[in-house]
Design a protein around this ligand. Structure first.
Ligand SMILES: [Fe+2]
Ligand SMILES: [Fe+2]
Length: 157
């Protein structure tokens, strides 16, 4: 029995917690731990998007779920520049703007994650081959995002 859907859902919860910590922080008194929680959540969300786009979505697309996958990729494409901006704001100690962006990102994630958890992840458990599910399970435990990887929904000049 695969655990892919469960692992991806758990990552959603962990990422939410990290972003929520900064969203609710006092911008005049952000601790090193609060900043690190947000940076860790950003890195985890980038890797999560990478694994979805490179290993989960292609077999779902091949199985006919073109529309739902396209919507997810477009939503990733809206989040990705927000993650760049959030890292920049944290680097500049611009915590009020960073907290506001975290609140916006949490709204985007709430809608996005719900669709993945209700539609795409259950479909993945049914549609992916046992070999694909095993590979994804292994990657979720071990993979690192390649340097310079950018999600497919970001418009490239
Ligand atoms: Fe996603
Ligand atoms: Fe996801």
């Amino acid at each position: 029995m695969s655990t892919v859907g469960g692992v991806l859902e758990r990552e959603h919860r962990i990422i939410d917690v990290g972003i929520t910590i900064l969203a609710g922080a006092d911008p005049t008194d952000v601790s090193a731990n609060q900043r690190m929680a947000a940076l860790d959540a950003i890195a985890m969300l980038r890797r999560h998007i990478y694994l979805e786009e490179e290993y989960l979505f292609p077999p779902l697309r091949a199985a006919g779920l073109l529309g739902p996958v396209m919507v997810m990729v477009l939503e990733h494409g809206k989040m990705w520049p927000a993650l760049d901006e959030l890292e920049r704001l944290l680097g500049d100690d611009a915590f009020a703007a960073a907290a506001a962006l975290c609140r916006n990102l949490l709204e985007q994630l709430a809608a996005h994650n719900l669709k993945e958890e209700r539609i795409l992840y259950p479909q993945a458990e049914e549609m992916l081959t046992p070999g694909d599910l095993d590979e994804l399970d292994h990657l979720l435990a071990t993979a690192e995002i390649p340097a310079g990887w950018v999600c497919g929904g970001v418009a490239v000049d």
